[in-house]
Design a protein around this ligand. Structure first.
Ligand code: IMP
Length: 187
């Protein structure tokens, strides 16, 4: 999927595929330095973090296991429901292990703070967090400390590179915003 498949639905590209790639390379270097060869468990939050997880894992030299969790936090709208439910749990036993959560986006931070608390109760050695995107509300509320942030974005709803609107647009290689007609608004 690329920009040509978007037609009039795309408002603008916020972060290009090239910028994503370059920034992830930088972060992978920092993350490798931090872990210094110790094995980690990458915990991806489905479905939004699939792209970030796949690209980050390929750039890291740290020995890693990839595992996935699915939670429900959003319906098909654009606002967090605040209600988090486990739809799919981890396969790995994480007790005594070093965990790196890979998130797509931190908005209110509700999903992430719930997730950290949930994983903490399983006795890991350490939990660190990497997110592709962070919205201003996450910084204001400071519910959780994010260790690595690829990009800070504004309040606007974003799609692409794993992020969806009503399950669409996840396959885009870049991050962008949608034209208002997609939400049912005027142009
Ligand atoms: P939070 O609990 O408010 O931090 O919301 C986190 C989750 O909401 C993310 O993991 C996304 O799945 C979703 N989300 C928040 N903002 C956006 C956005 O701009 N585009 C797409 N999904 C979003």
């Amino acid at each position: 999927m690329d920009v040509n498949d978007m037609g009039r639905d795309l408002e603008k590209v916020l972060v290009s595929a090239k910028e994503i790639d370059a920034r992830l390379s930088e972060l992978a270097k920092e993350i490798d330095e931090y872990y210094d060869g110790e094995p980690i468990v990458l915990v991806g939050v489905l479905r939004g973090s699939v792209m970030a997880m796949a690209d980050l894992a390929r750039k890291l030299h740290t020995p890693l296991v990839m595992d996935w969790m699915a939670t429900s936090s959003y319906g098909s709208g654009t606002k967090s429901s605040g209600v988090v439910r486990i739809l799919k749990d981890l396969n790995e036993d994480i007790s005594g292990r070093r965990i790196l959560i890979v998130e797509d986006i931190v908005d209110s931070g509700l999903t992430l703070s719930w997730l950290v608390e949930n994983l903490q109760s399983r006795g890991p050695k350490e939990i660190k967090i990497m997110t592709m995107l962070r919205k201003p509300e996450a910084i204001r509320k400071m519910k959780v400390d994010v260790d690595w942030v690829a990009f800070d974005v504004g309040e606007e709803f974003v799609i692409g590179y794993g992020l969806d609107y009503a399950e669409e647009y996840r396959g885009l290689p870049f991050i962008g915003t949608l034209a208002s007609h997609v939400y049912g608004g005027e142009e």
